[in-house]
Ligand binder design. Structure first.
Ligand SMILES: [Zn+2]
Length: 696
């Protein structure tokens, strides 16, 4: 990294001095609030620099930049279209969020509009612009934010409280979890910490600190009456990040309080909880440290687990990480879709021990219960699955967690946004049928992507994920660097021993498995580079300067190359991009005798535009002997590799819920599979990931 973000802000008799070796940041900040601070400006999208219990640590924001290929293209889409367009929505009279702050600040008349959690979603959008700024240095982006931050500051109550809906509606604070007060401020803490990291300005951070101090005063007594308030607990991640920024231990204590309060009180009806949200829905039936299963709302769950993993990073508490590993096994190995998506149903039930049944929504269900058509799979759940896996990757150093991150990013996260960058899915089923669900009454399920969903949490979550994705590409190991994600990029970082590392990665991954790294600057003593060998990548080879690296290469591990590297060294990886049929565990009834097509990390689907007119997706079968041929189309759907194949269309005219089986007749036609993330970009369509296999 050519810049070091580590800055010590010292206020002496009202004069703020910023010490930094970043040229851009050497300028005194004219609007920096002069407060005595010893804040830590270093750190990545999460700041691991002082986290003692991690195997892998984050690189700094801006250390890695996508330069070519898949993620560079997606980042460009986010920078040029998705994030500015989303800003227009949030600041206009469709998205309401900014207006709510103006109203709470007394700058506008009227009551709040939109959902209770809109403040938090607006903070997420703000965060996404900060990552753009960290890479492109466009001061206008931060000038715009300064205006917004000024309004947010005016909206804040004198005692630090901030929640526009509660303030404007005159609702009693902490009277019901559904008002999302903690979710909103959690995103405030994260966003403000990132803002300080990338700008050095404390104007947003001071709002967050004032609010967190107030929050501490409310929750430090661990009042059992407030034990059920931790709904959608982004505040745990936010508080740990605020602790990392300010080094004020009370924020870490508060994060622990919110983890510990879960499951600490009887799950009786209580005025702070809607009856439908009691118990497992909100991960409150069982204390987290004793939980062994993924239960309840999939976003709430992943936010809680991510926050708890952040807490572990600072405390090293065994009982936390042990519980999180058990929960991960349940969530990923028995309740996750092929696309990395989570949350099998919109509405369901959770059966706890002792026969208690809780209603759950947008939630994890039983093991291997994996409906395709009605799968809920909220984009936020999928993204937060990647966030949780990034934290476990950091804690354990095991590449299996990065495999899940990658799976999510290419499939169940990216499917949330159109190729153009303006339309969104909220729920992400694996099959879409004409007449499948009555979408006119659905709150969040849609037949196709739409420009605005009244529940607008997923779009800014996806925006910030794409904007920060380069920060996930590498991690620092004890004596070197780990390659978590492949993609054309430039890395310029400082290893944990303070030495510089500069390298370039060239690749057209995932369309092509050739990846080339060139070392541009490094220390003279030996260090390691850990190359992730994905679970599906048997046969991967690694050459150094044209010679076999002579190391063992095992899928689902990091391949470790430790040597005395020098400028000009070239590492050439060849990751086989074989096309496979994938079947589900036989206990998944919904995929029995069906297969999906996968190539590298990309899950494919078949969609109406690639079928003869008026073909029902339910008539599509595939022979196990079918030849699957990659067909790269650089100018189609933003540049995709399609997979061409002969498919079989079954013709059957019988009707009825159950019918006598007649020998079907078949028609063989040429068709193509499209990446799942790119479906629904060619008009209204039917789609399926899994299709029945014909054993010929
Ligand atoms: Zn969402």
């Amino acid at each position: 990294m050519k810049t070091r973000l580590k800055t010590l802000a010292i206020a002496l008799t009202g004069i703020a001095i910023i010490a930094s070796c970043d040229k851009k940041k050497e300028e005194p900040q004219k609007d920096l609030k002069a407060v005595a601070t010893n804040y830590d400006r270093s750190g990545g999208i999460v700041n691991h620099n002082d986290s003692k219990y991690l195997k892998l640590k984050s690189i700094e924001i801006g250390d890695c930049k996508w330069t070519e290929g898949f993620w560079a293209d997606k980042h460009k889409m986010a920078e040029e279209t998705m994030i500015p367009h989303m800003g227009t929505i949030f600041k206009g009279d469709i998205g309401f969020a900014y207006d709510n702050f103006k109203k709470a600040a007394g700058l506008m008349e009227g009551g709040p509009l939109g959902k209770y959690w809109h403040d938090g979603d607006f903070y997420k959008w703000m965060e996404s612009t900060m990552y753009l700024y960290a890479e492109n240095g466009d001061e206008k982006l931060m000038d715009d934010l300064d205006e917004i931050i000024d309004v947010i500051g005016k909206a804040q109550e004198d005692d630090g409280y901030l929640d526009t809906h509660v303030q404007l509606l005159g609702i009693d604070r902490w009277s019901n979890m559904h008002y999302h007060e903690l979710y909103n401020v959690g995103h405030l803490y994260t966003s403000a910490s990132i803002h300080y990291r990338v700008t050095g300005k404390t104007n947003f951070l001071e709002i967050a600190i004032k609010n967190a101090d107030y929050l501490y005063s409310v929750f430090e007594s661990r009042d059992p009456e407030l034990a059920r308030m931790g709904f959608n607990p982004s505040q745990i991640m936010g508080l740990v990040e605020l602790y990392r920024t300010t080094k004020d231990k009370k924020y870490l204590e508060l994060a622990d309080i919110f983890v510990t309060m879960r499951g600490s009180v009887p799950m009786d009806q209580h005025p702070t909880v809607n009856p439908n949200f009691l118990g497992d829905h909100n991960q409150m039936r069982t204390p987290l440290r004793k939980e062994t299963e993924a239960k309840g709302h999939a976003v709430l769950a992943n936010y809680l687990w991510s926050g708890a993993a952040d807490l572990y990073a600072e405390t090293g508490e065994d009982s936390l990480i042990t519980a999180l590993e058990k929960i991960w096994d349940s969530a990923v190995n028995r309740k996750m879709y092929l696309t990395g998506a989570q949350g099998q149903t919109h509405h369901g039930a959770s059966q706890s021990p002792a026969g208690r049944t809780d209603m759950v929504h947008e939630a994890f269900q039983d093991d291997y219960l994996m409906p395709n058509k009605t799968a809920y799979n909220e984009t936020c759940a999928n993204i937060s699955n990647a966030m949780f896996n990034y934290r476990l990757l950091s804690a354990k150093g095991d590449s299996k967690y990065a495999d899940v991150m990658e799976l999510v990013m290419y499939n169940s996260a990216l499917v949330g946004i159109s190729i153009e960058g303006k339309d969104y899915f909220y729920s992400n089923p694996l099959r879409m049928l004409d007449g499948g669900i009555d979408y006119t009454h659905a709150t969040t399920e849609r037949r196709h992507r739409v420009p605005y969903i009244p529940v607008f949490c997923c779009p800014p979550n996806l925006a910030r994920t794409i904007a920060k994705s380069a920060g996930w590409a590498y991690s620092k190991s004890t004596n070197g660097i780990a390659v978590n994600l492949y993609g054309g990029n430039q890395l310029e970082t400082t290893l944990l021993d303070g030495s510089k590392l500069k390298l370039n990665q060239k690749t057209q991954y995932p369309w092509d498995g050739a990846v080339e790294f060139t070392i541009e600057e490094c220390k003279s003593t030996p260090f390691e580079i850990l190359f992730r060998i994905p679970e599906w990548a048997a046969g991967t080879t690694i050459k150094i300067n044209g010679e076999d690296a002579g190391i063992s290469i095992t899928p689902k591990t990091f391949a470790k190359v430790e040597r005395q590297w020098k400028k000009g060294d070239v590492v050439s990886m060849d990751i086989p991009m074989d096309i496979s049929f994938v079947e589900g565990d036989p206990r998944i009834e919904e995929t029995r005798n069906q297969v999906a097509v996968k190539r590298g990390p990309i899950v494919y689907c078949i969609e109406s535009p690639d079928l003869p007119e008026n073909t029902s997706i339910l008539d599509v079968y595939i022979s196990q002997g079918t030849k699957l041929t990659p067909n790269h189309k650089p100018d189609f759907l933003g540049g995709v590799t399609m997979i061409d194949a002969d498919i079989m269309l079954r013709t059957q005219n019988e009707e009825g819920m159950y019918r006598k089986l007649e020998t079907p007749s078949w028609k063989k036609v040429k068709s193509s599979f499209v990446p799942y993330y790119a479906w629904s970009n060619r008009g209204e369509a039917e789609m399926t990931v899994f299709m029945p296999i014909v054993w010929e």
